[in-house]
Design a protein around this ligand. Structure first.
Ligand SMILES: [Zn+2]
Length: 152
């Protein structure tokens, strides 16, 4: 499980639990070339990774489902919010419904589902394969397909 959507509806909307994601380095202002795999946190401490530029990135989270990651460099901190990064805000799921006729709440209410399963279901629903789009950060094919849907 690397990218789960938790479909709750109402004011909760869709929550995310992302275990493999890109990282942004504030020092060289680039995304790291490889995606990071989150293997669990303890009291919010996730781990650290070295950027190609030599900077050490320290990662922390909320110690719960992973909807964002905090990236610390020395005294600087940035938050990578996955709902923003991957276009999975409330309005984006409304777009999915209005542009593609796919109502995630109707089809998957109270379910946890993997992004690849959601993409396969949307493709089946639309009767066509989604072409992955180039993203400015390293991403899986499923993320690139989702970003294609949200781009139009
Ligand atoms: Zn860097």
């Amino acid at each position: 499980m690397t990218f789960e959507l938790i479909v709750r509806g109402n004011e909760w909307g869709v929550q995310l639990d992302v275990k493999k994601f890109p990282l942004f380095c504030l020092s060289c202002r680039n995304y790291l070339s490889e995606m990071y795999e989150h293997t669990g946190s303890r009291y919010g401490q996730v781990g650290s990774v070295k950027c190609d530029c030599g900077e050490d990135l320290i990662l922390t989270d909320s110690d719960n489902i992973v909807e964002y990651i905090n990236i610390h460099i020395r005294k600087l901190k940035t938050v990578l919010d996955f709902k923003d990064l991957f276009k999975m805000r409330k309005a984006d799921f409304e777009k999915l419904k209005s542009d593609y006729g796919y109502d995630i709440y109707e089809k998957n209410l109270n379910k946890r589902l993997e992004l690849d399963k959601l993409i396969a279901d949307i493709e089946k629903h639309n009767g066509e394969t989604i072409l992955p789009i180039d993203t400015e950060f390293p991403a899986t094919i499923e993320i690139q397909k989702w970003m294609r849907l949200m781009e139009k």
